[in-house]
Design a binder for this molecule. Structure first.
Ligand code: GLU
Length: 460
């Protein structure tokens, strides 16, 4: 069975880079009927993992990603790590090193002066003497002295590191706490992880983790190291570019399925398909299609996907979602008309809410530039006549408003723009938006007349 995991360090929130690797791992597990586990790497006890955990779960909940079993906290597993450390010590696969910080610094300086790579010289590896007093030792692993540490990375291909490149690294600090690579390897093994998908910033931890797996006699998982997400300029994605809290995307009016669709395409592809439902992602995702090169974040693409998914959403769902953006269409008899007229054009829910506002509230101001451009000497007379036309015909439907407009321009022998543009400004305050007939159907006769009268005053 395929078992994958997401193993965030609790940094306070889940950012989109993390969500992407979580998504890949989740898809791989779900595709294969396997398990997706969650592990919080909170061995640095000074951080508040409880809040971070809540933030991660909130984000998972929003995007609809579920995990199996209980969340595992590394901070609660120190006894387990100790047991494996003791095993390695008693088997002679790890040893205590009493080198002081000063001695280590001196060694490093000497090596640098000799222009060799600073490394630990294994001086306590086979030490049998009496340990120096007053020093709390660290524990180091006996890394292989020769040969090559190899693994096949699903994305990067064959990775070979000469054993001489890997020191006898520390697995327990002098304060007794186990180090990062040690606990990751132990946990991945004990959790039965078959496939690790993580950022390629961890690529060079992997040989160390393999040394641990081998010392403990564990099989190691398949690894997939995913290239970073860059910004559009090809530089590391910063907070300003969008490397921010997943929940910020919710606040900015993105739909979760748009964000997941966007993320799945950052570093993975299936032909030139761009739109993937969650079901399709689960069906098609395969780590072998993860791209080798870094992907680049494009806000335009995310907005494009978001507008697609807004358009695809049912009105009932949008009514619920819009409440968070200050729009309550619940029980509004025109909600379907309003959404039909607006959802085609909205790129975010904030955008949609803004467009709806323009329909349900009289404009607070008018686009001044547009006003100067479209309002001529005769505009207020034309608008006044249009009010009379509405009053005499009392149109109700979109079609009736359409006919009214057509008859009006024909009868007055004026170009359509002469009425349409000022009318648009009067109704919405700006020139863009839905079709005029749709707008008037939604706004209704009385309110249309009121808005036009108000506008006439503004231009008189
Ligand atoms: N805790 C690590 C991180 O947040 C992930 C380690 C891993 O996936 O192996 O970057």
């Amino acid at each position: 069975m395929i078992v994958t995991r997401f193993a965030p360090s609790p940094t306070g929130f889940l950012h989109i880079g993390g969500l992407r690797t979580a998504l890949f791992s989740w898809l791989l597990a779900r595709k294969n009927g396997g398990k997706f586990l969650l592990r919080i790497e909170d061995t640095d006890l000074s951080r508040n993992s409880e809040d971070a955990m809540k933030a991660i779960l909130k984000a998972f909940d929003w995007v609809g990603m579920d995990y199996d079993g209980e969340v595992l906290y590394q901070s609660k597993r120190f006894d387990i790590y100790k047991q494996y450390i003791n095993q390695l010590l008693s088997e002679g696969k790890a040893y205590k090193c009493y080198m002081s910080k000063e001695e280590l610094d001196a060694l490093r300086e000497e090596q640098m002066a000799q222009k060799i790579r600073p490394h630990y010289d294994r001086r306590y590896r086979d030490f049998t003497g009496t340990p120096p007093v007053g020093i709390s030792p660290v524990v180091r692993i006996k890394a292989p002295l020769e040969g090559v540490i190899s693994f096949k990375d699903g994305v990067k291909g064959e990775i070979n590191i000469a054993a001489s490149e890997v020191d006898d690294f520390i697995i327990v600090r002098s304060d007794g706490t186990p180090t990062y690579n040690f606990v990751v390897a132990v946990d991945d093994a004990l959790m039965g992880i078959t496939d690790v998908i993580r950022g390629d910033d961890h690529l060079y931890n992997t040989p160390k983790q393999i040394v641990i797996y081998q010392a403990l006699g564990f099989d190691f998982p398949r690894f997939n190291h995913v290239a970073m997400i860059n910004n559009e300029q090809g530089k590391k994605l910063s907070k300003r570019d969008g490397a921010t809290d997943v929940m910020e995307y919710k606040a900015q009016g993105f739909l979760p399925e748009a964000l997941l669709n966007f993320l799945v395409r950052l570093g993975w592809s299936h032909g030139d398909q761009e739109i993937f439902s969650i079901e399709q992602m689960q069906e098609l995702f395969d780590p072998k299609d993860i791209n080798k090169s870094a992907s680049s974040y494009s806000l335009d693409k995310l907005l494009w996907l978001n507008s697609y998914y807004i358009k695809e959403s049912t009105n009932a769902r949008l009514v619920v979602l819009l409440k968070d953006f200050g729009i309550d269409l619940q029980g509004n008899s025109k909600s379907d008309l309003i959404l039909r007229a607006t959802k085609e054009r909205a790129r975010t829910l904030i955008d949609l809410a803004g467009q709806i506002c323009l329909l349900i509230e009289s404009p607070k101001s008018y686009d001044e530039k547009a006003m100067k451009k479209v309002c001529k000497e005769d505009t207020r007379f034309i608008l006044n006549d249009f009010i009379s036309a509405i009053k005499s015909k009392s149109p109700k439907s979109k079609e009736a408003f359409h006919d009214l407009l057509q008859d009006f321009v024909a009868q007055k022998e004026i170009g359509f723009g002469k009425i349409a543009q000022p009318l648009r400004l009067a109704l919405m305050g700006e020139l863009s938006g839905a079709g005029l007939d749709e707008i008037m159907e939604i706004v209704g006769n009385d309110e249309t007349i009121k808005r036009v009268e108000k506008f006439i005053l503004a231009i008189s």
